[in-house]
Design a protein around this ligand. Structure first.
Ligand SMILES: Nc1nc2c(ncn2[C@@H]2O[C@H](COP(=O)(O)OP(=O)(O)OP(=O)(O)O)[C@@H](O)[C@H]2O)c(=O)[nH]1
Ligand SMILES: [Mg+2]
Length: 440
């Protein structure tokens, strides 16, 4: 089943493999035999119980013949009515007819093994499916179209040429042929800079895809929960004049500049009056630790909590002077970088939003825009290793025997190959495709 289980307009069942057509045929009542269906055309079919001949569903069916299918094998796709019971029955019949259930990601894995996609594109499929914002979709779609693959394939080809050229120099040292070291260094330097740029862009791309976590922290009663509610646009957290209202961490999600931002409203940090408050404060500190950015909220009508200001000084933070509709306390007014905001008059909220957008953009910059790159964590680790190997080969070309430089260049080649899926072992493929959903 390629669509999630649940009542819906349609549910899709995909069958792939050399026997796909023969396996599905006994379940369908059609005017032309399934084996004679034109490839890549939808036809209306009746799905029947192959034993009793009883009608089960009225569906659309497409046959996509190898090698021009998503998996590169014969594929039969049935678009049935989206009843979980109907879909389960039809799937069971197809299995009884000789198929087996696909493992997660198996369709994409077969597409990769049959050369329909390279590994970087296959991973982009998972990124596209899990994209949560328009910006994350744009990045993943570009990767699926071969964005990162094309770039890395260029590096791979350049390394193959370079290594081949330098091998010639090694084999025929007196012959002045092959690649000389100066040109080799220039090429390695160019590749190194390219990879460095993609790496930076890919790290930004992860921010766009995964989003950021932002914790609202501050003393009790500062107005943190009120701020969370206005930012989310609904009454998510309880607000009250009693200090110590919030105990558990309250979560909500906001999209800023196309980046999902997870907001964590926390218990006010102060000397705990009882065990429950102490636990709440412990949770606040844990939320602070797992956040990329802190929104430090201080009640501007009273002296600022200096302990909390010190505690958060080394962290990425935005200071908010809350309750700006009330008379400002002299010491609070001295916090020149704090954004004044009031949830009562809505004053300053727009400026606060702009400030947060600016902070988000700093972390997501260059991604989602022209030339942006998105990569899986595996690919980012390989890009890092590729960069390190290129830096090492550059150094070796200056002050080490040519053999040493070749060792580093071959290592770089192996990393570039691993991004594309050239010579990667089954264990790595198992890991990659196990994160996919069923039917994909
Ligand atoms: N005048 C004024 N009062 C506010 C403003 N924002 C919040 N308050 C009031 O301040 C009190 C505390 O607000 P909360 O949002 O619950 O504060 P908190 O920081 O979440 O408090 P704890 O959860 O107890 O740590 C409530 O009575 C709010 O109505 C504001 O901008 N102006
Ligand atoms: Mg609160």
């Amino acid at each position: 089943m390629a669509t999630p289980i649940g009542e819906s307009a349609i549910g899709v069942i995909r069958v792939s493999g050399p026997d796909a057509i023969a396996t599905v045929a006994p379940l369908l009542r059609t005017s032309t035999p399934l084996a004679d269906f034109a490839s890549h055309a939808l036809r209306r079919v009746r799905v029947i119980d192959p034993k009793s001949g009883e009608l089960l569903d009225d569906a659309l069916c497409a046959v996509m013949r190898a090698p021009r299918s998503s998996t590169g094998e014969d594929v039969v796709e049935l678009s049935c009515h989206g009843s979980p019971a109907v879909l389960r029955l039809i799937t069971l019949w197809i299995v009884a007819s000789g198929a087996r259930l696909a493992t997660p990601g198996e369709f994409t894995r077969r597409a990769f093994l049959n050369g329909r996609l390279d590994l970087a594109q296959a991973e982009a499929v998972a990124l596209l499916i899990s994209a949560r914002t328009d910006r994350a979709v744009a990045l993943a779609a570009r990767a699926l179209a071969g964005g990162l693959s094309d770039q890395v394939r260029g590096v791979w080809a350049a390394l193959v040429d370079l290594i081949a050229g330098l091998e010639v120099v090694l084999d025929f040292p007196e012959e002045q042929v092959g690649q000389d070291c100066v040109t080799a260094r220039a090429t390695v330097a160019r590749l190194r800079d390219d990879v460095q740029r993609w790496l930076t862009s890919a790290r930004h791309g992860r921010v766009v895809h995964d989003g950021l976590t932002l914790a609202l922290v501050g003393p009790p009663n500062a107005g943190k929960s009120s701020l969370l509610n206005v930012m989310l646009g609904h009454d998510r957290a309880i607000v009250s004049p009693l200090a110590g209202t919030t105990r558990d961490v309250v979560e909500g999600t906001l999209v800023l500049n196309g980046v999902p931002v997870r907001l964590l409203d926390t218990a006010g940090i102060d000397v705990a009056r009882d065990a429950v408050e102490a636990e709440g404060i412990r949770r606040s500190r844990r939320a602070m630790e797992e956040s990329d950015l802190l929104l430090v909220v201080l009640d501007g009508s009273i002296p600022p909590a200096s302990r909390l200001l010190e505690e958060t000084a080394s962290r990425a933070r935005v200071l908010v002077r809350a309750k700006s509709d009330l008379p400002v306390h002299r010491e609070a007014a001295a916090l020149s970088d704090a954004v004044p905001a009031s949830t009562v008059t809505a004053g300053g909220l727009e400026a606060l939003r702009e400030r947060l957008q600016h902070e988000v953009e700093r972390r997501a910059a260059a991604a989602g825009d022209e030339g942006g790159v998105i990569a899986s964590l595996r690919q980012i680790a390989l890009l890092e290793a590729l960069h390190t190997a290129l830096v090492a080969s550059d150094a070796a070309l200056v002050n080490a025997p040519l053999e040493a430089a070749l060792v580093d260049l071959r290592e770089a080649l192996a990393h570039a190959g691993a991004i594309l899926g050239v010579d990667v072992g089954d264990a790595i493929l198992d890991r990659i495709f196990s994160t996919f959903c069923l039917g994909k």
